[in-house]
Design a protein. Structure first.
Length: 393
């Protein structure tokens, strides 16, 4: 096994009080940049598998995998070395706790490389913090924030040549951790595996806007449960409803609270926004809603650009009446994969639809453009939002 020294240049500094999203971004030789050294164990086969990899013309989303991955193991109360190795199958004992008790968490973030700029990572420290928040809920060990971020930077650096070049196309990065202890006893695992894989990917949704089914019966998350953790069980709970929605020609589901089925929570893997009387409104975070990093960024961008933003309890009946009256002019889903995707209609199980006035609304379009411009390096965001990655040396 070889050990390589990887030099990565990143921007540092505190977020300014007055945020600006209108300037042309400048990342190279930034006065706030510093050199950050990362020691990564690189398997000898990595260079060869990278040289043989060819990016297909059509990549889809999450279907083409980069030929390398990051791996580290946790045992005896500590993390072992982080290794970069060829992508391949993993071996698990049949009694590994993840297979029986679903002790697992994951994250999703993107690397951008468009118009000859980049590659960039977008707020990876926020993903690292959420990863550890999910770990705490699932009785799993913390992964040092620096280890998480460095792993994502190394994957980006080595996969730089395979990031699709068109706007909206990215390297989708999936860090995840799961329990590996070999035992059928129902108790928290004491052994874990951390992996990072990556997929050169296109847009998540094929169409420009989506129809969203209102889920009035099933529940994604309950008070006191795992709704605020990014764990696979939350997504598994949505799959039956997803099948039913697809049968009704809906591309997404709008989840309501588990107790009264009145409060709007989130969508399957995405947060929800509506424009009501010109104001940007989104459900206030609760223990049953995942705190989206894209959601957080949209709120900060919207406020910086002069939009009034309100985080509050949203009642589905009130929203429907606002759509009917025209007070709600547009709505959209947001997330790492979806970015900002307009909603053309909400739909009941009996096929009743509540169509939005502006399915390709101006507010969503403006926020999406600013967000993507920052992510892809055309506009400057607050310090620390965009991390510039240099190739390995």
């Amino acid at each position: 096994m070889l050990t390589y020294s990887l030099t990565l240049k990143i921007g540092v500094g505190q977020m300014p009080k007055q945020q600006s999203f209108g300037k042309n971004a400048q990342y190279s030789n930034d006065k706030n940049a510093r050199q950050h050294m990362s020691i990564v164990k690189v398997h000898p086969e990595v260079k060869e598998v990278l040289s043989k990899f060819e990016l297909p013309e059509e990549v889809g989303f999450g279907k083409v995998m980069a030929p390398i991955m990051i791996e580290a193991d946790y045992a005896d109360g500590k993390w072992g070395p982080i290794e970069l190795k060829p992508y391949g199958p993993i071996t698990l004992d049949p009694t590994a706790k993840v297979l029986h008790y679903a002790q697992e968490i994951f994250e999703g973030l993107k690397a951008y490389k468009t118009d000859g700029k980049g590659p960039f990572l977008f707020r990876p420290d926020e993903n690292a913090k959420r990863f550890n928040s999910s770990a705490a809920r699932m009785a799993m060990p913390d992964l040092p924030v620096e280890s998480f971020v460095e792993s994502c930077k190394v994957m980006t650096a080595y996969c730089s040549e395979f990031i699709p070049p068109n706007s909206g196309e990215t390297l989708y990065i999936r860090p995840y951790m799961f329990a590996t202890e070999e035992s059928l006893g129902i108790k928290p695992s004491e052994k874990f595996k951390f992996l990072v894989i990556a997929s050169p990917s296109g847009n998540y949704f094929a169409s420009g806007s989506v129809t969203v089914g209102i889920e009035r019966d099933a529940a994604r998350a309950t008070p006191g449960g795992m709704g605020a953790a990014k764990t696979g069980g939350n997504y598994a709970a949505s799959l039956l409803s997803a099948n039913q929605a697809i049968a009704k020609n809906c591309q997404q589901i709008l989840w309501l609270d588990a107790v009264r089925h009145e409060r709007i929570e989130e969508m399957s893997g995405m947060n929800f926004f509506a424009v009501i009387d010109g104001k940007l409104v989104t459900p206030a975070l609760t223990e049953t809603i995942l705190a989206g990093i894209t959601r957080k960024s949209i709120i900060e961008i919207a406020e910086a650009e002069g939009f009034q933003v309100e985080e509050k309890t949203m009642i589905i009946g009130d929203l429907i009446e606002d759509i009917k009256s025209g007070k709600c002019s547009e709505a959209f889903a947001c997330g790492t994969a979806a970015i900002i995707t307009p909603i053309n209609a909400l739909q009941e199980s009996d096929d009743t639809q509540y169509k939005l006035q502006n399915p390709e609304g101006p507010v969503a379009a403006k926020l999406r453009k600013t967000l993507i411009d920052v992510q892809e390096g055309r506009k400057e965001g607050p310090n620390g939002w965009v991390v510039k990655i240099n190739p390995p040396v």
